[in-house]
Design a binder for this molecule. Structure first.
Ligand code: ADP
Ligand code: MG
Length: 475
């Protein structure tokens, strides 16, 4: 066995342990190691698309294994076989480690790729075209079990579940899940796909990012394989397109998607879409497409409330088999309240920092990480956080604050919360009132005045305020 074979074999062993078998067969089996010179391992891949796919999806893993086998100076080069039937297959190489965009800059993009097979060319380049061979591209950690239910996602989750139980057989076709960044659209869309695969193993499920879809389409135009492209997508039973808002303003892509959509819909196939906007707000989208989006169900994901955020973190800890101090978890959930990806990011960094530096995970470290994470978005304390700190301080359950009770100490805590909410957040009086048991803006205003007056006359009260203010500002 020659040296490059040995090295590549060792790499494959690690890779195999780290990705699903099907993915391994699809993307790594066809690779042929060609040479190893000056610590540069050259591998031959069947197509440009193949190379892009590897770079996009497995770059981290590849870098790791190369480093492991060849040391930090080790480099990977691709040699790409032309897909046309011309005899002079001029392989060209792309160097690794290099950022993808950089490496592509030096790469001729107009590689002549022509379909040689008489069969439809699968834009995912999966050899053979038996239906079962279409890899679903689902992210298996994003399943229903890991998706925490809350008021913010109840409708979307329930309808997703209904669709998964009867793909194509409910009124929810298409199912459009929409909501802001990091609220779980992709997670839920994947969960539906996974559930369908589990219940109906013979159904072909295909998950694709709309960006990838659009690129494949452009490639297909270039290669004059648009018919194949359309036919390929028309073969699936469940099509999941993530972030369709990306199609905005791209007329041709919308046209091709329109015909795929119609075909699938007419044949009782399930379509699942996600978008960062509600259909009515999608600009640059053709009317006929928008009207089809509205045929089924549009379900939105909103910002998770505090309990759901804590539950998401707890789920994550459980999955990672670790436990964090309760105050740290609450702190993370309090401080990052709009984007769950950011919250997870802070959580992961915290874990990494703690294990790298062998430090205990303390509030101090948590604060540092959150500061690092949210540093660019001027952070303000939330009304929820203020309420929590005030209630802790006076030893009251937070529900009391939100209730109608007129007990003196509760009224006082409520007024103080309103006062700090006015002072430290940008929330409107009405919004603050809504958070404190449905009071109107006049009540909030009155509360703020009362607090100011009291602090001027009552020394003890002033002390409370000062202490609370200190607690709130070291957040
Ligand atoms: P989007 O596609 O809406 O931008 P993602 O689906 O990528 O958001 O979600 C961002 C991260 O937050 C993911 O890691 C996801 O697992 C996590 N997440 C979001 N909502 C939930 C939830 N309800 N339960 C568990 N994890 C969630
Ligand atoms: Mg997403």
């Amino acid at each position: 066995m020659s040296n490059h074979d040995q090295v590549w074999d060792a790499c494959l062993k690690v890779i195999k342990d780290n990705i699903p078998l099907q993915a391994f067969k699809t993307w790594f089996d066809p690779i042929v190691p060609v040479r190893l010179e000056n610590n540069i391992l050259t591998i031959q891949v069947p197509s440009h698309f193949f190379y892009e796919w590897l770079e996009e999806n497995y770059i981290v893993l590849l870098k790791k294994v190369i480093k492991k086998e060849l040391g930090s100076e080790g480099t990977l080069e691709y040699s790409i076989v032309m897909e046309n039937n011309s005899t002079k297959s001029t392989p060209y190489t792309v160097k690794l480690p290099a950022l993808r965009s950089n490496s592509l800059k030096n790469t001729p993009l107009n590689v002549p790729i022509q379909a040689t097979e008489n069969q439809i060319r699968n834009p995912f380049i999966i050899p053979g075209l038996k239906k079962v061979n279409i890899e679903s591209n689902l992210n298996h950690s994003w399943n229903f079990e890991n998706f925490v239910e809350g008021d913010c996602n109840r409708l979307a989750r329930a309808s997703g579940y209904a669709v998964a139980n009867k793909p194509g057989g409910t009124a929810f076709n298409p199912l459009l899940i929409y909501g802001g960044v990091g609220l779980g659209k992709s997670h839920l869309a994947n969960a539906i796909g996974i559930e369908i695969k589990e219940q109906f193993p013979t159904k072909t499920v295909l998950y694709v990012q709309s960006e990838k879809f659009a690129h494949q389409f452009i490639d297909a135009i270039k290669n004059q394989t648009t018919n194949d492209f359309i036919h390929f997508y028309q073969m699936v039973d469940v099509l999941i397109i993530d972030d369709v808002q990306f199609f905005s303003g791209k007329e041709k892509t919308q046209d091709v998607f329109f015909s795929i959509f119609n075909h699938l819909h007419q044949n009782g196939k399930q379509i699942i879409l996600t978008s960062d906007k509600a259909p009515v707000e999608m600009q640059g989208m053709e009317q006929r497409l928008l009207s089809r989006f509205k045929w089924g169900l549009s379900a939105d994901l909103t910002t998770p409330d505090l309990e759901t955020r804590i539950a998401i973190l707890e789920k994550k800890m459980y999955l990672n088999g670790i436990e964090l101090p309760k105050d740290v978890v609450e702190y993370l959930a309090y401080s990052i309240n709009t984007n769950m990806r950011e919250m997870e990011g802070a959580f992961n960094t915290l874990l990494a920092q703690a294990s790298l530096n062998k430090k205990a995970i303390t509030m101090e470290l948590a604060r540092l990480m959150v500061d690092k994470f949210v540093k660019n978005t001027a952070r303000e304390v939330s009304i929820e956080y203020i309420q929590k700190v005030v209630c802790d301080y006076f030893d009251l359950p937070i529900e009391m604050l939100k209730s109608k009770t007129r007990k003196r100490e509760v009224v006082q805590a409520r007024q103080i919360s309103m006062y700090f909410s006015k002072k430290m957040t940008k929330s409107s009086l009405a919004n603050i009132g809504a958070h404190c048991g449905g009071k109107d803006h006049a009540t909030v205003l009155h509360a703020c005045r009362t607090v100011v007056n009291l602090s001027e006359t009552d020394k003890q009260f002033r002390l409370y305020l000062e202490e609370l203010e200190k607690k709130l500002s070291i957040q």
